[in-house]
Design a protein around this ligand. Structure first.
Ligand code: C5P
Length: 313
């Protein structure tokens, strides 16, 4: 048992905080035999967090409760990725008599393209492994995370990383500087599979291969902390599909750019729009301008990169 686990195991509730992600570059390749698309992406974890609390139960049930923005849209059973994570962890590393109640507090937008569900699954893996005092290594948790979803490994690791394969094969990156974001949360959500399917329809003649040069430019910008350069080279191959399904997002992107953002893109499959700003005060101004734009339900600010899933004392 690690000292991290020992510290968490003394309390009745094990709390874990997990960040949202933004894909600074998201290039989509061909459809694989397993139904997923080959991805080449650069992730940045940002300071918008869900919290997962794991409370011991006297029986072997795995239950959940969800609070916060959009909580009413989230299932509490096996349709909840955090509940699935607890089941998977117990099956592989625990004993059948272990139970847990998962208390999830949401701040990451639901169905927003910022890996909110993945964050909750990553939180459940870490919190339950501590609560149940399991003998799991970081690599064990990463393997389970990859089984649960493409973004779950990054939610555990955080920081800045390249994602290959279906997005789950990570290479951590060194990144200099802090990046200030304004975020526009849209009125409705977008389903990730629907966005990928729409992209397939829009590119019926075949996906272009991910371009290593584009990714290199993003990595160079991060290595030199060049925010303006990063803003110019951020890219998202899913964006045309998200815009096709949710055309009002184009107006949101353009309003944020006119308000002074250095760059704008849809986060992952969307519909959250992310605006990279030169400073915290610029991010405040951009967020303020976006409030009141039709189809913007809420605005938030965040800074990246931040660490992945962490125990909260
Ligand atoms: O892995 P995750 O459960 O987050 O993926 C959700 C859906 O997004 C998949 O079922 C698939 O339709 C699509 N997807 C994809 N290629 C990827 C990642 C996700 O087609 N690399």
């Amino acid at each position: 048992m690690s000292s991290l686990q020992a510290a968490g195991a003394t309390s009745d509730v094990v709390r874990v905080r997990v960040p949202a992600k933004i894909n600074l570059a998201l290039q989509v390749g061909g459809l694989r035999d397993d139904g997923f698309h080959e991805l080449s992406t650069v992730f940045q974890a940002v300071s918008l967090y869900d919290e997962v609390g794991a409370v011991a139960r006297p029986d072997d049930s795995i239950t959940s409760a969800v609070k916060g923005e959009g909580a009413e849209a989230i299932g509490l059973g096996m349709d909840n990725l955090a509940v699935r994570a607890a089941h998977l962890l117990r099956e592989r590393f625990g004993s059948p008599d272990l139970g847990v109640h998962l208390k999830i507090k949401k701040s990451i937008p639901v169905a927003g393209g910022m890996a909110g569900g993945s964050a909750d699954a990553a939180g459940a893996l870490l919190a339950c492994s501590v609560l149940w005092d399991l003998d799991t290594s970081p690599n064990d948790l990463l393997d389970l995370a990859a089984e649960l979803g493409s973004d779950v490994p990054f939610s555990l690791v955080g920081g800045t990383a390249i994602g290959r394969g279906r997005g789950d094969a990570l290479v951590p990156l060194l990144s200099r500087g802090s990046y200030h974001w304004a975020l526009a949360i849209a009125e409705r959500g977008l389903s990730t599979p629907v966005v990928f399917n729409r992209l397939d329809e829009l590119t019926a003649e075949g996906h272009t291969s991910p371009c290593p040069e584009k990714e290199r430019t993003v990595l160079n910008s991060l290595a030199s902390a060049d925010v303006a350069k990063l803003a110019r080279c951020m890219c998202n191959d899913l964006q045309p599909a998200s815009l096709d399904l949710y055309p009002e997002l184009a107006t949101i992107l353009s309003v944020g750019l006119h308000a002074g953002a250095l760059g704008a893109l849809i986060s992952g499959s969307g519909p959250t729009c992310a605006f990279l700003c030169a400073s915290e005060s610029d991010a405040v101004a951009v967020a303020r301008r976006l409030e009141g734009v039709p189809q913007v339900r809420a605005t938030k600010r965040a800074v990246g990169p931040v660490p992945g899933a962490q125990l909260v004392n």
